[in-house]
Design a protein around this ligand. Structure first.
Ligand SMILES: *Cc1c(COP(=O)(O)O)cnc(C)c1O
Length: 392
């Protein structure tokens, strides 16, 4: 079951050839809602899971299955399943395990949508939600010890790239029999494998680095078979299934995942170092910098520090309004992890729902810029930043 290849090789080969189209060297897009059977006995066997095969694409689909196999291998998991978006993967997984009376422990800094599930939805279903200060490991351990059914982590976090120690916290969860689930969207399986660090489940917004081209949405979950089966059972009926077309796009993007992420790791580190010494920049948040408060943990659990960073300008919101439009090699928008560099202020993207005071409490300065490094030549990106910084 476990691959003996390196990530870059698995990214290209895993899951391919699963769909039986004689001689095809790439997985076909099977846009068939249903799968027909001439033999009724065989149909029954497939429908009841006694034989492999496909029945109906809300449940399973060959193209989608090829993508699921790719993430399963890349994350070193027993099983994997897929969703229409990253938020569908996260919310369906949470709702699978968090029924009335259960308790979930998580972080204040999770992705905006995830945070909304914790604050606005789960409490309505009588789930006890405890959100801890993201880097306060003692507090998280204490809250887990008080009783916990699910520990939900994200590292690095959005937008200030905080780092939490997966191994340490998964061990705490294990002690009380809690499931540990980690959002690995920012790191990608090239840089970090939470399951190897003791987590039970890993979740991805495949919309970001995995797809890598900002042209398809999806969500993926991988981990222990018994848990993935439960999540699949929930999704099968609740219906947030991934379609064959975006599954193909994501699997196609994933073939170049290692190339892209290695390039983005190298460029981001170079850019972070450049900004760190720049007089017009106040703070740079990048786990690859020794000055970053989570650097030691990041170094121990990540193979690369990723393509995401944020930095604050030495001034306020007015300065951001001058700086961002002066950049030429960026799309100003939400999302991240694409081949093209993308930037935006958390004030209008990930944390738009919060007040200035709430953002301040989360340690998000009004002059913060989130910067998702693309695969452009890094010298051009540095020149672009230099020009824009000269204008403010
Ligand atoms: C974007 C994102 C999500 C949500 O994914 P969608 O595909 O947009 O639903 C979840 N977690 C993280 C860290 C993200 O960046």
């Amino acid at each position: 079951m476990k691959s003996t290849y390196k990530k870059g090789t698995d990214a290209v080969w895993a899951g391919e050839g699963n769909v039986n189209t004689k001689g095809a060297t790439t997985t076909p897009i099977v846009n068939s809602v249903t799968f027909a059977y001439e033999d009724l006995d065989e149909w029954h066997k497939v429908a009841t899971g006694k034989e492999p095969g496909y029945i109906y694409s809300r449940n399973t689909n060959p193209t989608v299955a090829a993508l699921e196999e790719k993430i399963r291998v890349l994350e070193g998991a027993e099983a994997a399943t897929s969703f229409s978006t990253g938020m569908a993967a996260i919310s369906n997984s949470l709702f699978t395990f968090l029924t009335a009376g259960k308790r979930v422990v998580s972080l204040k800094d999770t992705y905006g949508g995830t945070s909304k599930v914790f604050l606005d939805f789960l409490p309505n279903y009588k789930v006890d939600v405890k959100l801890c200060d993201t880097t306060d490991h003692e507090m998280i351990e204490a809250e887990v010890a008080k009783g916990c059914d699910l520990l939900y982590l994200e590292t690095p976090t959005n937008p200030t790239l905080k780092i939490v120690d997966i191994k340490r916290l998964a061990a705490a969860a294990k002690k009380v029999g809690a499931i540990t689930m980690v959002d690995n969207t920012f790191a990608t399986p090239i840089n970090q494998n939470p399951l190897e660090l003791g987590a039970d489940l890993v979740v991805h917004s495949a919309t970001k680095f995995l797809c890598g081209h900002s042209d398809a949405m999806g969500g993926l979950v991988a981990g222990k078979e018994e848990f993935v089966k439960k999540i699949f059972g929930f999704r099968e009926i609740n219906g947030a299934s991934l379609q064959a077309d975006p599954a193909y796009m994501i699997a196609r993007g994933m073939k170049t995942l290692e190339l892209r992420v290695e390039r983005q790791n190298a460029s981001a580190l170079k850019i972070a170092k450049y900004l760190h010494q720049h007089p017009k920049i106040k703070d740079v948040f990048y786990p690859g910098l020794e000055s970053h408060q989570g650097h030691a943990i990041a170094k121990s659990q990540m193979r690369g520090f990723g393509g995401m960073m944020s930095f604050s300008l030495d001034g306020g919101w007015e300065l951001v309004k001058k700086f961002l439009p002066a950049l030429k090699l960026v799309h100003l928008g939400a999302s991240l992890g694409s081949v093209s560099t993308l930037a935006g202020p958390p004030r209008t993207t990930s944390h738009v729902e919060l007040t200035e005071e709430q953002r301040r409490l989360l340690g998000i300065p009004e002059s913060l810029v989130r910067y998702s490094v693309g695969i452009e030549n890094v010298d051009d990106l540095l020149t672009d930043l230099e020009h824009a910084l000269k204008k403010i």
